[in-house]
Write a protein that binds this ligand. Sequence first.
Ligand code: A2P
Length: 290
Amino acid sequence: MAFIANITCLFFSFWLLFFACFAGVLMGVVSGGCGGGRELVAVAEDWACTFITTKLWCSNAYGELVLPQLRRSLQNLKMEYVDLFLIHWPLSLKPGRYEFPVRKVEISPMDFGSVWAAMEDCQRLGLTKSIGVSNFSCKKLADILALAKIPPAVNQVEFNPLWNQKKLREYCKANGVLLIGYSPLGASGTLWGSSRVLENEVLKEIAKAKGKTVAQICLKWAFEEGVGVIVKSFNVERMKQNLEILDWSLSEEERKRIGDLPQSRGCTGESFVSENGTFKTIEEFWDGEV
Ligand code: A2P
């Protein structure tokens, strides 16, 4: 196990709302490991309040490798099942290699048919309550929906006031897929993130006027938009602060100002793009959704 860290993980949405009602859900992230996935280990006062998600890493994104990876992840987690199992990225990598940044020459298109069928088997076997995808564009989600016997429950993607996923959200809603947002604060401190969300002048102005922090404005906005978000903090005070968003509201004008902010991706997927590779441009990788 590479490292264990505490984060708060909030799932704000209509059917996941109840997670947010329990303060202080402390979760640990266990990354790496033989499964090559990312496992969330929940440590909470009440186990029933936790929601465990794990992901299929790209080097296991082959029909015959899906079930073995989930079994290894469950072994690592010491659990019999997880709540949600997601395809991490819509691509495959050379089997057996677990590194990031990835070797771009080892990227290949994923065979959605065999991988999704194996994901469905995982759910049928009771090893996960639900299955879904992550970082899928409308087009790639449509490809999965076209062949799915069990449709994806979730598409987990970047989501914050500077990348509000308007088109994808509408598509997900129309197709019964719940959009869950990662990087709701812009993921500062990560390879792909920056402080551009927390330092945004409009968000700062709204926060000042309301006597809230920019982080709380972002989370409240996501909550009011009906999007589930995964917000991370290593700091207990900030974890508490991030939960204090339930007893106040944004005004219509504030929501409009946030909705009008210029949009661009923070997580561009650049790590998977190369001139002679499977995805030659960022536009191609996201099917024009940039
Ligand atoms: P820290 O762990 O020191 O609190 P995201 O959820 O978008 O991935 O962003 C995570 C980043 O945001 C982390 O660097 C985290 O730092 C920081 N963060 C989390 N909550 C807050 C907050 N309430 N105010 C400011 N920064 C925060």
